[in-house]
Design a binder for this molecule. Structure first.
Ligand SMILES: Cc1ncc(COP(=O)(O)O)c(C=O)c1O
Length: 420
């Protein structure tokens, strides 16, 4: 069957999908295949992927080291549900324990990031017997009711009835301490993303946990790390929270663990796990296919040393982005701000020009880069931060070539001309 062209597909999408499903680009390419860092569209154009499906395809597209064992597993056994014993999920839980920070060792598997964080919040409530949460402004934790209620980005708080949820938002560490002092005995947990991806790649401040962690312990509240976007070597460590030198009580993850296969999980210590004994089941969670994919992902990350690679290449990319930003001049009137993030999770704020507002300029840069064969992402509270979260197998040459074109595109966009 011949692939549909972009205009037909956009029209059909409008007809059959809910209007809440948006896509990037005015004329989006129809992506039909992928291999490694490359994606190809229905018109035969090739793109280098610098967004990895939002931090998912860390091991690259259609990686044989991952899809071959999965294909074999699909041929052998696809699904039984967790009430029947299968080996991959148990092997995965054991293997994951070796990846997790601190003494986190016991896991529950589900299918998405939202489900993982929702499960982590449920566990925190069960373990503490308390209903409340503290979340940070700028956070995104998912689209289930409780995770959306704990999401601090207005555009992602879609449900009009979230305000009754027992979640309080803190602006900074001082605010967390204040809420704990007032409501510590009602608080099950503090939820953090070590780097807020959707808020525009904003890492927590360096000393964030210095007073927060002792205050949480004193209040008997738990620390939940949402590593859905930051997990699995992206930031130069297995998990980004390791950079802050703290181990959470519960960690939720998803995305990169499956490298494109749906999987989510939350993990905790043996002591906290012991309090979660009532039955809980996810029909597809940890099924043999996604568990096999995840095992192959963990093998690949380790064998290829992807954490070290993310650290080295992330430093290179960050340096290049800083050079580009500086080349347009510093100060408040510069069109680009300072790159931020860790490893290969980097954001570059766009400030816009006198004539082009920042969100519009961000879209124009995305569009111009796409036309030159580069897929980069965007996020931020005002959708004005360029996001660079490529597969961790990206090469130095690809970073060099992408940043050369980025400089050209930003120049052209600032001058209101198109790049050819
Ligand atoms: C930090 C974080 N938590 C949770 C989620 C929700 O994950 P999912 O879309 O898999 O439900 C996301 C999604 O982008 C995320 O970035």
């Amino acid at each position: 069957m011949a692939p549909m062209d972009s205009d037909t597909l956009v029209a059909k999408k409008g007809e059959w999908l809910l209007p809440c499903s948006y896509h990037f680009y005015e004329r989006p390419p129809v992506i039909v295949s992928g291999s490694g860092t490359k994606l190809r569209d229905s018109e035969g154009r090739e793109y280098t992927d610098f967004f990895a499906g939002v931090s998912v395809m860390s091991c690259g597209h259609c990686n044989p080291a991952i899809i071959e064992p999965v294909i074999e597993q699909i041929r052998t056994l696809q699904h039984t549900t967790s009430i029947y014993l299968t080996e991959p999920v148990v092997r995965l839980a054991e293997r994951l324990a070796g990846f997790l920070p601190g003494t986190l060792s016991k896991s529950f598997f589900c299918n998405s990031g939202s489900e993982a964080v929702e499960g982590a919040m449920l566990l925190a409530r069960v373990a503490t017997g308390r209903p409340g949460f503290i979340a940070l402004e700028g956070s995104l934790h998912g689209r289930t009711w409780l995770t959306a209620a704990a999401t601090g980005i207005p555009m992602w708080r879609t449900d009009p009835f979230l305000d009754g949820a027992p979640v309080r938002f803190a602006r900074d560490a001082g605010d967390v301490l204040r809420i704990l002092a007032e409501r510590g005995d009602e608080t099950a947990a503090l939820l953090v993303e070590p780097i807020q991806g959707n808020a525009g790649v904003r890492p927590l401040p360096a000393g964030f946990f210095d007073e927060v962690l002792p205050a949480l312990r004193k209040a008997g509240a738990l620390l939940v790390a949402d590593e859905v976007q930051t997990g699995f070597a992206r930031t130069g460590r297995n998990f980004a929270i390791e950079r802050w030198g703290v181990a959470p009580d519960i960690l939720a993850g998803a995305k990169a663990l499956g490298n494109g296969f749906p999987i989510g999980f939350f993990s905790t210590t043996a002591e906290i796990a012991a309090r979660f004994t009532r039955p809980s089941a996810s029909t597809l969670g940890g099924n043999p296919v996604s568990a096999t994919a995840a095992l192959a992902v963990l093998d690949f990350i380790e064998k290829e040393g992807l954490a070290a690679r993310a650290e080295t290449l992330g430093a290179l990319l960050r340096g290049r982005l800083a050079e580009i930003a500086a080349s347009f001049g510093g100060g408040e009137s510069a069109p680009l701000g300072t790159p931020r993030g860790l490893g290969l999770m980097l954001g570059l704020p766009v400030r816009g020009t006198a004539d082009i507002p920042a969100p519009r300029m961000t879209d124009l840069i995305l569009e111009g880069m796409k036309d030159l064969g580069w897929l980069i992402g965007k996020n931020g509270l005002d959708r004005d931060v360029l996001a660079f979260q490529p597969p961790l197998i990206i090469t130095k040459e690809e970073i060099d070539a992408m940043t050369r074109d980025l400089a050209r595109v930003v120049t052209a966009v600032s001058q209101g001309v198109s790049v050819s």
